[in-house]
Design a protein around this ligand. Structure first.
Ligand code: CP
Ligand code: NVA
Length: 343
């Protein structure tokens, strides 16, 4: 029996380094098969539901394409159009859907709600993003990293994540670094939020236990000789949005933008640039999010967390990350739905 059978995929710290390496290996093979028209449909007659409480392009499409490729049937449910959490508790919804489906993807606000869903599910539940974690994204990122390193393993790289360090991407990267052991620099003037949130507190404990995870406001130190620079939006979907909220973040983070000067500081011409997307690198997509005064005061005409020239440069592996979500999500679904080994 394959070791992931009937297991939920809620956060990376539920898995070992060997588990994660194995999922990456399976994803690579699935990618090869798809690209070479050798894929066999192994999820025929499986019914999958995708529940979304927040917007999505990549994650939703990756789950759907993975289902189509593998012959599974798929339902997309915007939580607003359902009774989930309103007329009906999460625990009831989970038990109802269990009798209809074979697997549930859930993108919601709170990790604790996802865990309730999972606790009352006899079928696999997959985390499609919560305020705290985004494990399917980081698995795709790890596959992308693996594809971009020669003569190195993932546990030998230095990854510099810069910008807002209190979001689902930074927390999941901390989990990944603590499991795999690569060198992670979180570069920001912020401190990690010691909130009452049990999941975040567990993460902070991990940092204290591992010497490979560093938090610094010193850009030169965090960036020097790095292999990968990773950034994300400065205001995430789970946060309240207003021009003032944006200005607060921008005021703190504007010198932590991924731009030409930052890449130079890495002293690595081959440094790779990563972003989970969506990204605010084109003026017309953020000009209505905050005032013209903010844009002018902080000189954000060429991008917010990343400038357009770097987004479009040869250093960028951003679109490879986006594509890889199909293959890693497919691996997560197949390994948890099928008893037998995938390969
Ligand atoms: N990166 C990511 O999860 O993108 P979506 O919000 O479009 O799913
Ligand atoms: N931190 C971002 C990730 C988007 C994929 C957010 O939660 O909005």
């Amino acid at each position: 029996m394959n070791q992931f059978y009937n297991k939920h995929f809620l956060k990376l710290s539920d898995f070992s380094k060997e588990n994660i390496y194995e999922l990456i290996k399976i994803s690579k093979k699935l990618k090869y098969e798809k690209k070479n028209f050798k894929e066999k449909k192994k999820l025929v007659n499986k019914n999958i539901i995708l529940i979304f409480e927040k917007n999505s392009t990549r994650t939703r499409c990756s789950f759907e394409i993975a289902c189509f490729d593998q012959g599974a049937n798929v339902t997309y449910l915007n939580i607003k159009d359902s009774h989930i959490g309103v007329k009906e508790s999460l625990k009831d919804s989970a038990r109802i859907l269990n009798n209809m489906y074979h697997g549930i993807e859930y993108r919601g606000k709170h990790q604790k709600n996802l865990e309730i869903f999972a606790n009352y599910s006899t079928i696999p539940v997959w985390n499609g993003l919560t305020n705290e974690f985004h494990p399917t994204q980081i698995l795709a990122d790890l596959l992308t990293i693996k594809e971009n390193i020669k003569n190195k393993e993932i546990d030998q790289i230095k990854l510099s994540y810069i910008g807002d360090i209190n979001n689902n991407i930074s927390y999941s990267l901390i989990e990944a670094a603590s499991i795999i052991g690569f060198e992670l620099f979180l570069i920001s003037p912020q401190k990690l939020n010691f909130s009452k949130n049990i999941y975040i507190n567990n993460i902070i404990k991990k940092i204290n236990n591992n010497g490979n995870i560093n938090i610094t406001n010193n850009i030169n130190l965090g960036i020097k000789n790095t292999d990968f620079i990773y950034t994300d939006v400065w205001l995430s979907m789970g946060e309240k949005k207003s021009s003032q909220a944006w200005e607060k973040k921008i005021e703190k983070l504007y010198t932590y933008q991924v731009n030409k000067l930052l890449l130079k500081k890495s002293q690595n011409n081959n440094v790779k640039v990563m972003h989970c997307l969506p990204s605010l690198h084109l003026y017309k997509h953020y000009k209505n999010l905050f005032t013209k005064e903010i844009i002018s005061k902080y000189n954000l005409y060429n991008g917010v967390e990343i400038t357009d020239d770097i987004f479009e440069s040869n250093n960028s592996i951003i679109f490879q990350q986006a594509e890889n979500k199909i293959h890693t999500i497919k691996a997560i679904m197949m390994t948890s739905l099928l008893k037998e080994e995938i390969f």
